[in-house]
Design a protein around this ligand. Sequence first.
Ligand code: AMP
Length: 286
Amino acid sequence: MRLEVVESVADVRRAVAEARAGGRVVGLVPTMGALHAGHIRLIERCRDEAGWVAVSIFVNPTQFGPNEDLTRYPRTLDDDLARCRDAGVDLVWAPTPSTVYPSGPNSTWVEVPVLSDILEGASRPGHFRGVATVVLKLFEVVRPDLAVFGQKDYQQQLVIRRMVADLHIPVRIVTEPTVREPDGLALSSRNRYLSPDERGSATILHGALARARDAVRGGETSANRVRQILRNTIESTGSVRLDYAEVADADTLESLERLDPHTRAVALVAARVGSTRLIDNLSLTD
Ligand code: AMP
């Protein structure tokens, strides 16, 4: 099948209707483009689970804060389309901001407040409101049977799952494990901002998470001591400034006091490496 690339809502709806008429299960992978092997893994997972795969490519302005990297965020559409073609994607939807926000960006919002105000949301006020709003729009236009998100953005997939449950949206959310470089660095479109020195330092995020998980596997049950391991490891690295290091319930993101075999726990970190903000996370109990 040939990759179809469309811009308008009407063209997406027509393409999805044709796929459905052919009896296909419809999958969606939302992205902001600058596609890398992490995105491709999501596409492959989607292809495994759905007969027909749509990828959205949209740098969503409402999830960026006023001092964030919206204008310099990488835009590589030609390369993205080539990757989508190679990965067997059926439809790419690459809308403009005025297609996604026909009445302007402040007209309608979706909020998932409890999960959105902590961690990434505390550091990036309004971020998850922008994410939830744009993902609901994508879901309303495509009406996918399933949608695939990355564990790399751990809090994001929880926010989406909560929105889907609370609004009774008939879509199955699939979360795909984080794809990493051989040295552990999580793939991210923002890694291309890193200088060679910063790229070297950035591995400490995964290094700290792996140390924390080893401590828990070794019997550590105090969440505070695990947080300390995360903080000490990250803060000992030049040109890395820690934003947060948290040990939380894997479903609710509530801060944990103790690690026990009955509670799934996740460690989440955010740090600035030079001027680039990176996030990562690791399950502590799998
Ligand atoms: P983005 O283009 O950054 O908005 O990401 C689009 C989707 O790709 C999100 O669901 C991300 O969680 C996911 N993603 C980004 N990086 C990775 C990675 N290294 N491994 C797996 N999924 C990822």
